[in-house]
Design a protein around this ligand. Structure first.
Ligand code: AMP
Length: 655
């Protein structure tokens, strides 16, 4: 409480800044937003004609699939051999500059690695800085001269963006389904990991556009998997979707209630998957063969042969108890029990992620009703057994774990085509979104794990008299100080009509649409001035960064609370110091000399207190000044009123 302020206790006076102060009564509209999102209309609000065919695409890191609804059932389109629905997410650039996609391209990984591109999904929406750490995992050249610009991939003397490369894969999938259906397809639903940020989702949408597909919806992979099992038809349920693929692991906790899907929490490890299980076997084989690991870097062919044998053995051990094979002229045997010992720690790591996700969702394992298995590596019996034991229930694994996401995407496409009217999809945002306020503090507007789409708003005011411009800087992250979070963008609300500080009412709205793209709107309610931006960050955030940001926020929680306390106390003290100086000036005639002197001493003490790193010291000094000046302020106020009543110059006595 500031003794000097006549209108509002929180009247903000803080010079030399164009930052915002929060108005006393925040307004959050998430309830209304939740109700407002019920109709599943398309992005532009148009409605798709009934019975239109929309395809579902699982654009994967290792493999991609396309599915559609045939006679009321989702089916994946299979290759010419009629067998595999998987299209390896691999591209090969031929000598003649033609682009091969899929199996043909994958065969070139060994013979012509420099012109063969894989794992493009890991690069979507990323800058060179983001991917530097994983560059060694890629056999091709990733470049950019400006580290913050979006990454490009060099093939021969040409440069390609991940969007262009993904578009090639999508085009191949489009052709595949068009050949089967003998019809032109132009609309699709594409799935992405639940942790994909705005930029990665936008990049996926752009890739679709480039491939000649109108991407009606970007759907989270776990949501699609749950849809494939028809779990939306049940009453209220909580579902864990455990997705262990070739190179990545994701766990998502979903809730389904009255046909409404919500993702409650996500967790995972971007470098944990079937490849690591293979690697554990490779190491074991090397021991049996008495070959040193460094030999593999020198003799690439030997390495490749051992890796292929390891994957073959791993797959075989999903069905039988023992595997034997000839490797480098020796007979190698490995039992399932041995294999399970080798991979025990890796499987355990996935369970730690499961525990973290449950913690985020504030749920116990017992609260989970169903567990859905996704990804080729969930065929490993130990994985199934450990996951079932962890959750204390059998797992859902009857649908092919490679196809389940694409099948769910086809169901979602069918919903959009207007063929299933009773389904809704809600997802969540993985990191908090907010703006910078005075002192560099993060003011969260949409908290992490909020449902998407969602809308939230809050009112702010200016901090300086006559302030014309307000900078609205948008951040993502969990730390209390924006400096430790990630800046998404900023804009300036210009030409606010001159008003005393604290008078303008700046309404800031965050609108996160179904694809996770954020629009920030700012309006000055008194003048009707408004401005907005759509956040399309200049570069994406890596999953590692995201995990690091979350861990950092936990590790620094105590320090952050302390810093926030100090900064808030300093802001309050600065407001009071300014108001105090003004008060002394304006009431020079009314105050006794001793009162002036005492107030000055207390002001100096407060100024000194703000230099400390102790919020209690600052608060004590604030209280001392307030306690002393409160009666003086009342007296000054009475005097002002009396003067005004007698018609004397109010302008010289007010404050
Ligand atoms: P995905 O990325 O979901 O296509 O998963 C591919 C991963 O699943 C690769 O690491 C494969 O080796 C692995 N995988 C496929 N089939 C099996 C199987 N029968 N047993 C164990 N792992 C498998």
């Amino acid at each position: 409480m500031n003794a000097f302020c006549e209108i509002s206790a929180e009247k903000p006076i803080y010079p030399n800044t164009v930052l915002l102060l929060r108005a006393p009564k925040p307004q959050i509209h998430s309830k209304q937003a939740k109700m407002a999102i019920i109709p599943i209309n398309l992005k532009d609000g148009s409605v798709v004609a009934e019975q239109e065919r929309i395809i579902g695409i699982d654009l994967g890191t290792t493999n991609s699939l396309v599915a559609y609804i045939k006679d009321g059932q989702p089916v994946c389109v299979r290759g010419g051999d009629g067998k595999s629905a998987l299209v390896p997410s691999v591209l090969h650039f031929t000598q003649e500059a033609a682009v091969l996609v899929g199996e043909e391209a994958r065969n070139k990984l060994i013979t012509d690695p420099a012109n063969t591109i894989y794992s493009v999904k890991r690069l979507m929406g990323k800058s060179y800085r983001d991917v530097q750490a994983i560059e060694s995992h890629l056999g091709y050249q990733v470049i950019d001269d400006d580290t913050d610009a979006l990454v490009k991939i060099r093939v021969k003397d040409k440069f390609y963006t991940p969007v262009e490369l993904s578009a090639h894969i999508l085009r191949a999938l489009k052709t595949r389904v068009e050949t089967e259906l003998q019809a032109t397809i132009s609309k699709a639903v594409i799935t992405v990991p639940a942790y994909f940020n705005d930029n990665q989702r936008q990049a996926t949408r752009d890739a679709g556009k480039l491939a000649g597909l109108d991407v009606l919806r970007i759907v989270n992979e776990p949501t699609a998997a749950a849809l494939a099992y028809g779990l939306d038809k049940n009453q209220t349920e909580k579902i864990a979707v455990y997705d262990l693929g070739g190179g990545t692991f994701d766990i998502s906790i979903l809730q389904i209630q009255d046909g409404i899907f919500e993702v409650l929490a996500t967790n995972g490890d971007t470098f944990l998957g079937g490849d690591d299980l293979d690697q554990a076997l490779v190491k074991h084989f090397l021991k049996l063969l008495k070959i040193e690991e460094k030999t593999l870097t020198e003799e690439k062919n030997i390495g490749q042969e051992i890796r292929l044998a390891a994957e073959q053995a791993k797959k075989a051990l999903s069905a039988s108890d023992v595997w034997s094979g000839q490797l480098l002229g020796q007979l190698i045997t490995v039992t399932r029990t041995e294999f399970e010992q080798l991979i025990g720690d890796l499987v355990q790591r996935t369970l730690v992620c499961c525990q973290n996700a449950l913690q985020d969702a504030q749920l116990s394992t017992a609260a989970i009703d169903k567990i859905v298995m996704v990804g080729g590596s969930t065929r490993v019996p130990l994985v199934q057994a450990k996951v079932a034991a962890f959750f204390g229930k059998p797992v859902y694994n009857s649908i092919d774990p490679d196809e389940v996401v694409a099948l769910g995407a086809a169901i979602q496409a069918d919903v959009l085509a207007g063929n299933q009217k009773d389904l809704l999809l809600l997802d969540i945002t993985p990191l908090s979104l907010g703006i910078e306020t005075v002192g560099g503090l993060m003011d969260v507007i949409i908290p992490r794990n909020s449902k998407v789409p969602s809308k939230a708003g809050r009112q702010y005011t200016t901090s300086v008299d006559g302030q014309k411009n307000l900078k609205i800087a948008v951040y993502q992250g969990e730390r209390d100080l924006v400096a430790s979070n990630r800046k998404l963008g900023e804009f300036v609300l210009r030409d606010i009509p001159p008003m005393p500080a604290g008078l303008p009412k700046i309404d800031i709205q965050f609108i996160l649409n179904a694809d996770g793209i954020l629009t920030v709107k700012a309006s000055e309610l008194r003048s009707g001035l408004a401005q907005s931006i759509e956040i399309t960050p200049t570069y994406g955030i890596s999953e590692e960064d995201m995990a690091r940001m979350l861990l950092d926020s936990i590790a620094h929680a105590q320090e952050d609370v302390r810093m926030r306390g100090i900064l808030e106390a300093r802001n309050e003290a600065n407001n009071l110091l300014l108001a105090g100086e003004k008060f002394l000036q304006q009431n020079d005639q009314i105050l006794e000399e001793e009162e002036k002197a005492n107030t000055k001493v207390l002001l100096t003490a407060l100024r000194e207190a703000t230099k400390t790193e102790d919020k209690d010291v600052i608060h004590t000094a604030i209280e001392a000044l307030n306690d002393y000046t409160m009666p003086l302020a009342h007296r000054a106020m009475d005097e002002t009123i009396r003067t005004a009543m007698t018609g004397k110059g109010i302008s010289t006595t007010n404050y």
